[in-house]
Design a protein around this ligand. Structure first.
Ligand SMILES: Nc1ncnc2c1ncn2[C@@H]1O[C@H](COP(=O)(O)OP(=O)(O)OP(=O)(O)O)[C@@H](O)[C@H]1O
Length: 659
């Protein structure tokens, strides 16, 4: 336990405070010795045993021999509790102060000594209950401090120490510096210390008990004689080794001596009182265990104190077990679902559905023609997929997909997963291609400069006319970006002019080639982005279907019955999507407003519109691709006509708008 506020002493102890060289406070005090006299038990009463002891006051007990008139000498102790005294009072006045000393960081020991059936266990049980209750109460009332509570239970039997909480661990070894704070002791009957006539097992047991109890009485007797009473034989028994600090050492100790009032036990009671008289002379030097307190404080501060580690390990095991259970439950659930599915299918067959029923349709229609193919990877070595081709493929997929609606959520979920995968691949590809554009631009710029420079050098090194007298020396590709060439000597103006024209032409060619390449990659990127958007939309559609189907299933609606009803809803969504796309394409192709209005008025989303919409879409896609190709083509390959056609459209549209 960590130090807390010291409890107020309940019994008046003779305590002399002094200091150690280390500065910690040492409290010298005598062992607190009390005597508890129990009532006559039934057996004693049955035998008409006589009460031989009187409690004169709270501190004094005297042998009152019923057969003699004159009482013998009284015994005085810190407290004497009569037969009617409650254990609560014994605790309050004979143990509490010591018990709570542990909360201040001191060692504290409370033990009961007395003959068999004198009430040791009866008393210690009450003391333990009260002490534990007070300790927890103290912790509760001291929220500003942290406490570490450790509990252990040991038994010494035949000089063997056993951990009562881990009996299978075998006998324990005692360490000298075992640092303890509070060790509550219930001893064996004190009369065994004098039983020397036993034989066999009892002899062995008796001799060990003798050793422990005899050593205890010897230690107490020696200690009571003062500190100069010579060697104290703590090491002669396990009990005294364990209690070494408690007897004349660094601890606060309370001994409760329990006695029987019966005349028949008078000799044993005298022995007990004699032991108690010696014990009350023993002086202890209790001090706060700074070392132990520091160790516990460090343990509390450490991120994972040892006591927490074991709790965490236990929790981890529990989590693992729960995970295992969850996995098993999931497997069971999946099995149940598949069983349900097969029952459903059997039902459908029973109803007379043909083999191409909804499930078949779903499987057929939800599989993309190119589902298993990965997204084409564009690289400098592979040509960019023509936009119209990809578009066409996408359209085909969309048409197939929209023509039938799935009725199986698990299949739809699979489709969504596939879409997500394709979407991710496309996204990655778009990013990669965008990066490539950048690299391409840089590379081509550098390559163009380099090749230009080399060509220039070649041109000037090989005279194209006999009249050329000079040589052209290009010092650096960047030295003259305009392509002008300086000779070491003045050449003829005609030759110079011819070289400059050639260089300019080549530079333009390089530039055009580079731009063309970049445009093609850019259009690829745009296309990929469009595909990603489309896939998102398709995914959204599928999700809507899943949700709708799950709702239907919950409501107990037969899937077979509502498949046809779900078609119009899908067409409505597709129609909206296509209409938006057509409007966008009209805009890109600079279509007249009249044309757009006609489209808007003609197509209302009726099922019969489906085929016309599809034709219109294909037409516009082709046109848009065509214009885009024209716009991207090298000016050298273009006549004036297509560009003029586009510009005429733009002009007409502008006029129309103004009108
Ligand atoms: N103060 C008391 N008031 C009433 N009954 C008591 C008191 N002390 C002991 N007894 C009773 O006497 C009997 C013996 O008590 P207990 O077992 O505590 O003795 P013990 O000293 O521990 O014996 P042992 O040495 O054999 O363990 C029990 O039945 C117990 O309830």
């Amino acid at each position: 336990m960590m130090p807390g506020t010291p409890a107020t002493p309940s019994a008046e102890l003779q305590r002399t405070p002094c200091s150690t060289p280390g500065g910690s406070k040492v409290s010298e005090e005598k062992i607190l010795v009390t005597v508890r006299l129990r009532p006559l038990n039934r057996r004693e009463q049955a035998m008409y045993d006589l009460i031989a002891w009187d409690c004169l006051d709270e501190h004094t007990i005297v042998f009152n021999n019923p057969n003699h008139e004159r009482p013998s000498n009284p015994y005085t102790f810190d407290k004497v509790f009569g037969p009617m005294c409650s254990t609560q009072k014994v605790y309050e006045e004979g143990a509490k102060d010591v018990a709570l000393a542990a909360l201040t960081g001191m060692n504290a020991t409370i033990f009961a000594y007395g003959q068999t059936r004198s009430g040791k266990t009866f008393t210690m049980r009450g003391i333990t209950e009260n002490a534990v209750r007070d300790i927890f109460e103290h912790i509760k009332n001291t929220p500003e401090r942290d406490f570490v509570l450790k509990f252990s239970a040991l038994e010494i039997y035949n000089e063997t120490v056993v951990d009562l909480l881990k009996c299978k661990s075998g006998s324990l070894r005692l360490l000298d510096d075992s640092g303890y704070l509070q060790n509550l002791v219930d001893l064996a009957g004190s009369e065994r210390a004098s039983q020397t006539n036993a034989d066999g097992t009892r002899l062995k047991e008796g001799s060990h008990i003798n050793r422990s109890l005899l050593t205890l009485t010897t230690v107490i007797r020696k200690l009571s004689g003062g500190k100069r009473s010579g060697h104290i034989p703590y090491r002669d028994s396990k009990l005294t080794r364990l209690l070494q600090s408690s007897l004349g050492g660094n601890a606060r100790t309370a001994i409760i001596c329990t006695i029987s009032p019966a005349l028949s036990h008078v000799e044993q009671t005298r022995n007990t009182l004699s032991f108690a008289t010696s014990a009350k002379e023993v002086t202890n030097s209790a001090k706060i265990n700074m070392k132990e307190v520091a160790r516990l404080e460090a343990e509390l501060r450490s991120p994972e104190p040892s006591y927490l580690r074991s709790i965490l390990e236990e929790k981890d095991l529990k989590i693992q077990q729960m995970e295992r259970e969850m996995k098993e439950l999931k497997q069971e659930r999946d099995l149940a679902q598949s069983l349900l599915e097969s029952v459903r299918k059997a039902k459908k067959v029973q109803k007379g559905s043909d083999q191409c029923g909804p499930s078949g349709q779903v499987a057929r229609c939800l599989s993309f023609p190119g589902d298993n193919e990965t997204v084409p990877t564009h690289s400098r070595d592979t040509p960019v997929t023509p936009r119209s081709q990809t578009r066409g493929a996408n359209r085909r997929k969309a048409i197939v997909r929209r023509s039938v609606t799935s009725t199986d959520p698990s299949m739809l979920v699979n489709e969504i997963r596939k879409l997500e995968q394709i979407q991710k691949q496309l996204g990655d590809e778009a990013n990669r291609a965008a990066l490539e554009v950048l690299h391409e631009e840089v590379d081509l710029h550098q390559l163009g400069n380099k090749e230009t420079a080399e060509t220039i050098a070649k041109l000037h090194a090989t005279p194209s006319d006999d009249t050329v007298a000079g040589s052209c020396k290009v010092t650096s590709p960047k030295s003259d970006e305009k392509g002008t060439c300086k000779s070491s000597k003045e050449g003829s103006p005609a030759v110079q002019h011819s070289s400059t024209v050639n260089v300019k032409k080549m530079q333009r060619m390089f530039k055009n080639a580079a731009e063309e390449n970049i445009r093609s990659i850019k259009s690829y990127v745009t296309e990929l982005k469009e595909r990603v958007t489309k896939l998102s939309y398709q995914k959204h559609l599928l999700l809507c279907q899943v949700i709708a189907l799950e709702k239907d299933q919950e409501a107990g609606i037969d899937e077979t019955d509502n498949i046809d009803e779900s078609l119009p809803g899908t067409w409505e969504l597709t129609f909206e999507e296509d209409r938006k796309e057509i409007i966008m394409l009209c805009h890109l192709c600079h279509f007249s407003i009249i044309h757009r209005t006609q489209f808007y008025l003609l197509f209302k989303g009726e099922p019969s519109d489906q085929i016309y919409m599809e034709v219109e879409l294909r037409r516009l896609l082709w046109l848009e691709q065509h214009f885009s190709d024209l716009g991207n083509a090298s000016p050298a390959l273009l006549g004036d006509e297509p560009a003029g056609s586009v510009s005429a459209r733009i002009k007409a549209l502008k006029q129309e708008r103004e009108y």
